[in-house]
Write a protein that binds this ligand. Structure first.
Ligand SMILES: Nc1ncnc2c1ncn2[C@@H]1O[C@H](COP(=O)(O)OP(=O)(O)OP(=O)(O)O)[C@@H](O)[C@H]1O
Ligand SMILES: [Mg+2]
Length: 260
C-alpha cells in the first residue's frame, strides 16, 4: 500500500528483526515494530509471549542478540535523550524496600530533567500536575507503602508523566486497577495524546482505552502475529484473524502481516 510521504509522521520507535534470548530460551524471534509520532499502539498477546521483553528491549533493559532498535531516529546505543521517554514497568507483587512518599516517587521521574541542579519551580509544578492527573493530590505526602495495588500503579504512571515525555511506554498500566481508576488513567492518557504524546502500551484488554488505540500488535511466542486494527474483543486469548475494521484506524496506514 503506497504511503503518502509528506503526511506520514516520523517514526519514534523502530524495531527491526529483533531477537533476544533469556536464559537459554529464545524470547523474541525476529519482531518488527514501528510506532510513529502521535500514534497509540497496543502490544497484545498471551502470558509469556514476549511483550515485556519487547518493550524492555526498546528502552535498552534487555540486550538484543540480533536486530536493531531506533528511538527518535537514533540507534539505541547512541540514544541519550531519556528525558523524552517515560516508562511504566509491569507491576510486580513484591513490595518495595524503603517506603517513600507518593511525591518522592513521582519526583524521581523528573530526575532526568533536574540532574544539573536542584528542582526548579517548573519541575515542582510538573510533579504536582502529574500527581493531580492520576487523582492522588490529596495523598501526595502518604507513604507508597500504604497504597493499594491500583493506587501504586497510578503513582508509577504519575512518575512517568512528571518528566513530560514525548514517548510513553507502559507495561500493563491497567493491571489490578479498578474500573474507576482505569477511567482516570484513560482520561489522563487521552490528555497526553491530545498534547501530542506517542504511546506504546502493553495490554491484556483494551477496556476503557479502546477508543484511544490506533493500532494493535499481537505477539505470539516471540513473533508478531498481527499488526493492524485492534481486534474487536481482546482478552487473554487475543488472536489474529479478526476482520473488524476499527474506526480510529481510518487515517493510519495499516500494515497487517504474519512474520512467522
Ligand atoms: N530474566 C529472564 N530469564 C529467563 N527467562 C525470562 C526472563 N524474563 C522473561 N523470561 C521468559 O521470557 C518469556 C517472555 O516473557 P515476557 O515477560 O516478555 O512475557 P509477557 O508477554 O510480558 O508475559 P505477561 O503477560 O505474563 O507479562 C517467558 O517465557 C519468560 O519466562
Ligand atoms: Mg509482561
Amino acid at each position: 500500500m503506497p504511503e503518502p510521504q509528506s503526511t506520514t509522521p516520523d517514526p519514534v520507535i523502530v524495531v527491526r528483526d529483533a531477537t533476544a534470548t533469556l536464559g537459554a530460551r529464545p524470547v523474541l524471534r525476529g519482531i518488527d515494530l514501528t510506532v510513529r509520532r502521535g500514534e497509540v499502539v497496543a502490544l497484545l498477546g498471551a502470558n509469556g509471549s514476549g511483550k515485556s521483553t519487547a518493550v524492555r528491549s526498546v528502552i535498552g533493559q534487555v540486550p538484543l542478540s540480533g536486530g536493531t532498535v531506533e528511538l527518535f531516529g537514533t540507534p539505541l546505543r547512541r540514544f541519550r535523550d531519556w528525558a523524552r521517554v517515560g516508562y511504566v514497568p509491569q507491576r510486580t507483587t513484591a513490595a518495595g524496600g524503603v517506603p517513600a512518599t507518593i511525591r518522592e516517587v513521582v519526583a524521581s521521574g523528573r530526575l532526568s530533567r533536574t540532574r544539573l541542579g536542584l528542582p526548579r519551580k517548573a519541575d515542582r509544578a510538573a510533579v504536582d500536575r502529574a500527581i493531580e492527573l492520576v487523582g492522588l493530590a490529596d495523598r501526595a505526602k502518604d507513604s507508597v507503602g500504604a497504597l493499594s495495588g491500583g493506587q501504586h500503579q497510578r503513582v508509577l504512571i504519575a512518575r512517568a508523566l512528571a518528566a513530560e515525555p514525548e514517548l510513553l511506554i507502559m507495561d500493563e498500566p491497567m493491571a489490578g486497577v479498578d474500573l474507576a481508576s482505569q477511567e482516570i488513567l484513560a482520561a489522563t492518557l487521552r490528555e497526553q495524546v491530545a498534547a501530542g504524546a506517542t504511546v506504546l502500551l502493553v495490554l491484556h484488554e483494551l477496556g476503557p482505552l479502546e477508543p484511544l488505540i490506533d493500532r494493535a500488535v499481537v505477539l505470539r511466542d516471540g513473533c508478531v502475529m498481527h499488526d493492524g486494527p485492534p481486534p474487536k474483543a481482546v482478552g487473554q486469548h487475543a488472536l489474529p484473524g479478526h476482520d473488524h475494521v476499527h474506526p480510529h484506524a481510518a487515517s493510519e496506514p495499516v500494515r497487517t502481516g504474519l512474520l512467522s
